[in-house]
Design a protein. Structure first.
Length: 308
């Protein structure tokens, strides 16, 4: 029975950490940085809203499906920014949802601004055993009682930016709370939200004039007991309207990204992940759609174009 306990916990944890992190994956991270770094809040100089929907590993049964909405804005005192994001992440029978508030404070450092951000919110976690096909109706998990749980969550980030480049460091799940607790034969089994660490950087380089901008960026993700994951992206902004880019992720995946600035406020993006590993023969890739809108606030000075 103890061996069964160990196997169960291993199965519970594997889909969450097997791809280097428990957090939802976003290929268009460069356009949705609030969900990664709390210091980003208010840095666009407008009330900015982003909606993202992601369908990962299409045609693979129980594959991840993620939706998120993030909103952030500077306050009347432009040194401060606030925001929030809401998300729902489904992976087979597992559900992870959250409502996260954000506060950031900026100070002038050299030619740019250094922003310190803090996020606090609640996460909801649940395993729906009705979505699991048990081959053995007498399996010890079959009759286990799973608690639906709401847990506090805290994230911290530092984000430095100028008109032409940015760099950020952040850590999420600082409290390392337990989740998915079940009771089996009087014993409690659970998983833990491990502390995640993120590093990001990007730069905008004009090629001749501002009709063509080269924008490389990277995102590095680390969590204990999992491989380091690195996303490397190279994008071009054409005529201040079209973004075209390609990324490589160290789990052996290529990502193709396109974004269009419909006008100075509205932008729409799409990405497609193509896997170069064993998953290639078992799914039809991953799709991600992003819609962003900037509501102008007061007479805030906003640089046009905004690369970040």
């Amino acid at each position: 029975m103890k061996i069964k306990y160990i196997l169960f916990v291993s199965i519970l944890l594997f889909p969450l950490v097997g791809k280097a992190q428990q957090d939802a994956l976003f290929s268009q991270y460069m356009f949705n940085k609030l969900v990664i770094n709390p210091g980003y809040a208010g840095t666009r100089g407008a009330l900015s809203a982003v909606i993202v929907g992601r369908y990962q590993w299409v045609n693979l049964d129980g594959s991840p499906k993620t939706a998120s909405v993030s909103v952030h804005s500077p306050l009347r005192n432009e040194k401060m920014g606030v925001g929030l994001y809401i998300y729902n992440d489904l992976l087979g029978p597992l559900q992870d949802a959250g409502f996260i508030g954000n506060y950031a404070y900026r100070v002038q450092v050299g030619d740019g601004l250094m922003s310190f951000g803090l996020q606090f919110g609640l996460r909801y976690n649940h395993i729906d055993w009705t979505k699991v096909n048990f081959y053995d109706s007498h399996d010890f998990v079959y009759d286990a009682s799973t608690r639906k749980e709401i847990q506090p969550d805290v994230n911290f980030g530092i984000y430095y930016y100028t008109d032409n480049y940015y760099v950020g460091l952040s850590s999420k799940h600082l409290l390392e709370k337990q989740f998915s607790v079940i009771e089996v034969d009087g014993e409690s089994l659970y998983a833990t939200f491990l502390r995640h660490f993120y590093g990001m950087a990007g730069v905008a380089i004009p090629l001749g004039d501002e009709k063509l901008i080269f924008k490389p960026s990277t995102l590095v993700k680390y969590v204990k007991n999992a491989p380091l994951q690195v996303d490397i992206n190279a994008s071009l902004l054409i005529n201040q309207t079209f973004w075209l880019g390609i990324s490589y992720r160290t789990e052996r995946a290529a990502v193709f990204i396109a974004e269009m600035n419909i006008n100075s406020k509205l932008r729409i993006g799409y990405s497609y992940d193509w896997y170069l590993n064993e998953l290639q023969n078992h799914n039809m890739g991953s799709h991600e759609i992003m819609i962003g809108y900037d509501f102008m606030v007061r007479n805030t000075r906003i640089r046009t174009p905004r690369y970040f």
